[in-house]
Structures are given as C-alpha cells and as structure tokens.
Design a protein around this ligand. Structure first.
Ligand code: NOJ
Length: 713
C-alpha cells in the first residue's frame, strides 16, 4: 500500500448523496465521491439500506486501485428499526440476557441494512442527571455498567464477526465524557486517578475483554488534555496495558475541536496530536486526509504509526469478512424479511416490561382492576407516538410507538377518558435536529383534564420529558417535570387523589412533590415501540414489575452529582453540631436510591452469612416472597472495604442476581467474591487487594440495612 492508501483507510466520511441518483457534479459531495473512487476513504457513517450501501461499496471496490471495501457505520443505539427502550431504561432491568438479546436484534436489523459497525455501547458512567446523554448509558454504577457493557458488545458482535447478521461494536467515549462539569454537554472533565481507574475505566476494560473491536475517543478534555489527543489513554492504557488490537475512531470533528480546546494551533497540528496519541480514524474532520502525508514526510508522525493504524482497520475489515465478499451485508430480500420481524417486536416488548421500575405503590392502588373502572388518562405523553422512541434512533421510522392510550385500550372492560392537559410544542429547527418542548404558557387544555379527573375512579397521569429532551446536546439545568406539567399534576390531584403517575423520561427527575403526594409512581422511561403495551401490562398486573433504578433520583437538582457509592468524608455524622458534611437546607438522602424498585409482592431478606476461604468469600442470604403473587427480585450485594490505603466508597455493588420466586417461597442466594471484587486500583493505576475488614450488605436496593462483616487476611 502507498502511504496515501494507508492514510485513506484512516479517513471516515459521513454520507453525502443518494447513491442511486446521478454522481455529484461539484462541491463537497464530489470531493467525497472522488475520494472513495481513489481509495481515500476507509469508512462511511450514516449510509444505510442494502441498496445504498451496495452502490457506495461498489464505488470503492470497483474503482480504487486496491479495491479495499469500506466499513459502514451508524449509531445503532437501542434497536435499529424495531426500537427498544433507551439504554438507561434497559439497564433498569438488570437483566443481562435480555440486554444482550436487544443488542443482537439491533445487529440483525442493522446488518440486514448493509451496516457493519455501530457506535455503541456508550459506557460512560453518569452521576449527573442534568447531562443529556445519561439516557444512552447504563447509569452510575461501575459494576452493573461493566456487566451491561459486556452484554451489549456480545449482543452486537455475536460469536462470528464474519456472519451476515453481526456488526462490530464501539466502546465510547474514551474517556471521562460522563464527568462533564455541571452536567453541561461537551464540558471539561477533571477527575482524579482513583476515579479514573476505579470508576471510569473498568467499563471500557469490560468491553475490551468482551472482545469489542473499536473504541471511540471523546469530545471532552480530561485533566487538561482533549481525550482525542490523549496519548496516555489511547497508547499507554488501551493499546499498551490492555493490548487492544482493534482500532480507535475519533468522535465527530473531535480532532479539529482540539483547536477550540486550546490544545492544537491549527488543523495540521491537531492531526499530528491525534495520530500520535493513537487515534486511528478521523470521523469527518477531513484532517488526516489533508495533513497526514505531509506530517509523515516532515517526520512529525512516524510512518510506522500509520502502518499500525491501517493494519488495525484492515484487520477488522478482514474479520468482518469484507475481503471475502464486500457485499455480504447487502441483500434486499433479507432486509425486507428481517426488519420489524415479529420476534424482534416480541423481544422489544419483553425488554420494555423488564425496564419498568415501580417507584411507589401505596394504598394498593396498583395493579388496576381490569373491569368496571372509569379511568381518566391525562398528559401530553399519554398518546404521543413518537416520544417513547426516545433519542438516538437514527433509523427509526418515527411516530410508530404504541402509546399508553393504545396499550390501555386493549383492556376493553374499562372506559378511558383521555385528556392531553398540556400540549407538546414541536419546533423543527433543521432537518435533523428537533427541539421538542412541553408547553409552558398555554393552559387551555387544563380545565377539561381536571374535570375528567374529578369524575374518574382512578386517574393515570403520563408525564415527563419528550424523547428529544435528553440525548446529545440536551443537558438540562432543571430536573423537574418540564413546562406546565407540575401545575397540571397538582390540579388533577386536587380533583382526585386516586392517582397513578407514569413517568416517561430520559434521565432521573427530581419530583419531590409527586413522591410525597401521589400514591403510585411508575418509572417508564422511554420504552421504544412497544411502550404502551408494556405500561398497560404493568398497570393491570399482567406483568409484575421487577426493574431497579440504575441511577439515583435526587430530591432537588442542587443535590447533583448524587450517587450511592460516595466516600464517607471525615465528618459524615451530625453529632449535634453544624460542622458535618451536609446542606443546611436539604437532606443528604436521595428521593429514590440506586437499586430501588418495588414489586406487586414483597420480599424478606435474612440469614446473611459469609464463609471466607483465603481470598475468596462465599456470601449466602435467604430471600422469601412474603406477598400474594409470584415475582422477580434483583438481589443486590454491596461491600465496604473499611480501611484502605486509598479510601473506598461507603458501599459498592459487587454482585447481583435476578431471581423468580413464587408467592410464599424462599430461596438461598449465593454470591462468590474473589480478588476481582475485593480489590481496587491504587493511585498508580495498579490493582491491589489489601487485607482487613469488610462490611457486606445484601438487599433489594442500595439502601439495604441487612449486613454482616468478614476479614481478608
Ligand atoms: C457524536 C457522538 O458524540 C457520538 O457518540 C456519535 O457516535 C457520533 N456523533 C456519530 O454520530
């Protein structure tokens, strides 16, 4: 390969024209077209559909000197055409098998549309609900997040990358993006070594160990260095210590953004910094293709590093089988058969039900009676067919989710009076970016909603955020119910307090009034195409909810970042004084803790025992279903390393098991803790296990009080 051809492999462009039409005559599209034909493009993103991909692939394979196939990428985040719950919702299922299956289904549909590569999973830890992208990750916990990262990678990639129904995954954003200061999108992240090694990196390592073939670096700077140009992260840790032999792609334009960061003087300098740091592919900044050749000639970038990058990219293309048959993913018949297959919809419904978290259920208001009820179904999201699809659903057809109204209407023996209460405002800003808001001024629909509430047996409110109020670029400074919804909620409640609140949202919300007053609250996130069916089945008790929060719900936005695995500080308790770690005007407690989630039955935990054998600890606990119906429970195990050379959190999740218990039955649940769970990374990034005393806590949420101790010698 010539130097230019190798650099071509490192260049990724976004789609530029409908390939089935005439070739572009001039401008940017013409440049890209010519570059593909001359072997200067290694990958394309945002081109999909068997026909489109095939035609674009042909341009490369039949015209360039070496005929190297292009690798086609898209953000396939929670389903492809059949849309699944947003990733944060899926994480609430704590069901690794279902999550893996969701990624598998997404891969089958994406591969049938000619795609080879998804930019997922996002494995950024998020502790700040203001950050819009919390919807795209698995929440705040490193242990749960690592398991989910691995499940998603395995789901997308399957066990044979060359099969025509698997795609390669991408662990992103490497690293620290979730620690954007004040939850503001793209903001600076400044984290210490302990947090980097113990909280952020393990999820990436889990993805790597599960075989992920690509990483994406990140928009943010981390400790003063833009992640895209961070040699320590990419060369020292990822490709060095972890021995990763796939490739790293930049985030969109993140190479050129190093100029704005104040790290690169100009585009050429940015290309030099990124290439030297180990970023193998340039997503749409056009800087590698422009400058790398000169940079090699002038000795600023080593040709051996270009060789290494090109080799990594070609290796992955080879693994995908693209050299055997560059069109193996492009079959329009398969595309027609597989998109929206019934089995895919069934998997989406299963995942949606498992993702729902019952936050509160007083007075046994839930499940609802299936007949003889007059129900007032109120809220701007109760019959919206688009919002449940959430953000990051690039291939979705839109407006094709089952709404709560539609789902509830399948239970025919109740009457439903649906009232919007407050309108959604849609404001189409550009072809791709929609800003959807919930009305802040127009109260004209409120009175009718209140009147409906007044005469109903039960009121079901469907409130929250529109699907486009979270996601990239959608940080919020408030965590309340947007627009006039809080007012609507309070007015309807005053009319009829026999109320269930169904929340649809892409992040934890601070809803202290609802938590205090409304007797039943269901967290239903944005559940994808089958949303309304899943919610109706939970409301009517045909599915007993089992989800648990993957992220803490604050009482107040001013508590964030708030997370369960915090450090104790030197002054954790009041001792009758003011000088302790607290607010004077707000409690330290969250509204709902990490791991919280109720069921229509109840579970009792007792007999917590530990047996230590060297550096292995077996923990047993008995769990009893003390209610009247069968149910599933996520049994969670937390530990606390009481004294350590680098302080450890007050509790850390180190095991969980989802069990199914018939009413009245008990089960002994066993966990084994090994060095992997007992140790931590010190401030030199070295994994160590220290002897000493540990607390172990087991229960149905991070707020469990059942505990025991053990000692590691
Ligand atoms: C920017 C986002 O940060 C990244 O996650 C995504 O994969 C790329 N755009 C490509 O769409």
């Amino acid at each position: 390969m010539t130097l230019e051809e190798k650099i071509g492999q490192m260049n990724q462009y976004t789609g530029f024209f409908d390939v089935t039409g005439p070739a572009p005559a001039d401008g940017e599209a013409k440049k890209k077209y010519d570059h593909i034909k001359s072997g200067k493009v290694g990958s394309m993103l945002n081109v999909r559909g068997a026909e489109q991909v095939q035609k674009m692939q042909k341009l490369a394979v039949e015209n360039s000197r070496l005929g190297i196939p292009i690798i086609f990428a898209l953000d396939v985040i929670h389903g492809h055409k059949t849309i699944f719950p947003i990733p944060l919702a899926e994480a609430a299922s704590w069901d690794l098998e279902a999550i893996e299956k969701g990624a598998r289904v997404a891969a089958i549909e994406a591969a049938a549309q000619g795609l080879n590569w998804t930019f997922a999973p996002m494995v950024d830890i998020s502790r700040d609900a203001r950050w819009g992208r919390v919807m795209e990750g698995a929440g705040e916990d490193t242990y749960l997040g690592s398991k989910i990262a691995a499940a998603r990678v395995m789901g997308f990639q399957g066990d044979d990358l060359s099969a025509n129904n698997t795609i390669i995954a991408c662990a992103k954003h490497f690293a620290g993006y979730g620690f954007a200061e004040s939850g503001k999108e793209y903001n600076t992240a400044d984290v210490g070594t302990s947090t980097l090694h113990n909280v952020i990196l393990p999820l990436f390592k889990a993805a790597k160990d599960a075989g992920v073939r690509t990483f994406m670096n990140s928009f943010n700077e981390l400790n003063g260095i833009p992640a895209t140009g961070d040699r320590y992260l990419q060369r020292v840790i990822l490709k060095g210590e972890w021995n990763f032999d796939g490739f790293v792609v930049s985030d969109w334009d993140s190479i050129i953004e190093m100029i704005q960061h104040g790290h690169a003087a100009d585009g050429k300098h940015a290309a030099e910094l990124a290439a030297n740091a180990g970023c193998d592919m340039d997503m749409e900044a056009h800087l590698y293709i422009k400058h790398l050749k000169d940079l090699v000639k002038s000795g600023k970038v080593k040709e051996s590093d270009i060789d290494d990058a090109a080799r990594r990219i070609l290796r992955v293309k080879y693994e995908l089988g693209l050299f055997d048959d560059p069109y193996r993913y492009c079959d329009e018949t398969r595309e027609k058969e597989l998109i929206y297959a019934d089995a895919h919809k069934a998997a989406a419904l299963d995942m949606a039900k498992k993702s729902i978290v019952l936050l509160k259920n007083e007075k046994n208001i839930l499940p609802l009676a299936k007949s003889g009820q007059k129900i007032a179904l109120i809220g701007p999201l109760a019959d919206d067919k688009d919002s449940p699809l959430g953000n990051w659903r690039l291939a979705a057809d839109g407006n094709n989710a089952i709404t709560v109204l539609e789902g509830m209407n399948t239970y025919k023996e109740n009457t439903i009076n649906h009232q919007i209460g407050v309108k959604l405002l849609s404001n189409e800003k550009t072809r791709f970016i929609y800003e959807l808001e919930i009305n802040t001024t127009d109260k004209s629909d409120m009175d009718e909603a209140v009147a409906a509430a007044k005469v109903a047996d039960v009121v079901v409110m469907v409130l929250g955020e529109h699907g486009f109020q979270s996601g990239e670029g959608r940080s919020r400074a408030e965590l309340d119910l947007p627009g006039l919804q809080q007012e609507l909620l309070e007015k309807c409640f005053a009319a009829n307090s026999n109320m269930v609140l169904v929340l649809n949202n892409g992040r934890p919300l601070a809803i202290p009034w609802a938590a205090k007053n409304v007797p039943a609250i269901i967290e239903a996130w944005q559940l994808g195409m089958e949303s309304g069916n899943a919610i109706a089945q939970v409301l009517y008790g045909d599915y007993n909810p089992s989800g648990k929060l993957p992220m803490t719900f604050p009482r107040d936005v001013n508590q964030v970042p708030i997370y369960y695995n915090y450090k104790n500080t030197g002054r954790p308790d009041p001792n009758g004084m003011v000088f302790w770690s607290h607010y004077t005007d707000q409690t330290n407690d969250p509204l709902y803790p990490f791991g919280h989630g109720l069921s229509y039955t109840t579970f009792k935990y007792d007999n917590l025992h530990t047996i230590v054998n060297g550096r292995k600890v077996v923990v047993s606990v008995s769990v009893t279903n003390t209610g009247k119906v069968d149910g599933e429970e996520v049994v969670q195990l937390y530990i606390r390393d009481k004294v350590a050379s680098v302080t450890r959190p007050i509790k850390e999740l180190k095991g969980f098991k989802k069990i199914n218990l018939a009413a009245g039955k008990s089960q002994t649940v066993l966990f084994t803790l090994t060095e992997k769970e007992l140790g931590f990374f010190n401030n030199q990034g070295k994994f160590i296990v220290e002897s000493g005393d540990f607390d172990v806590m087991v229960g149905g949420s991070s707020a469990t009080s059942l505990d025991n101790t053990f000692t590691i010698k």
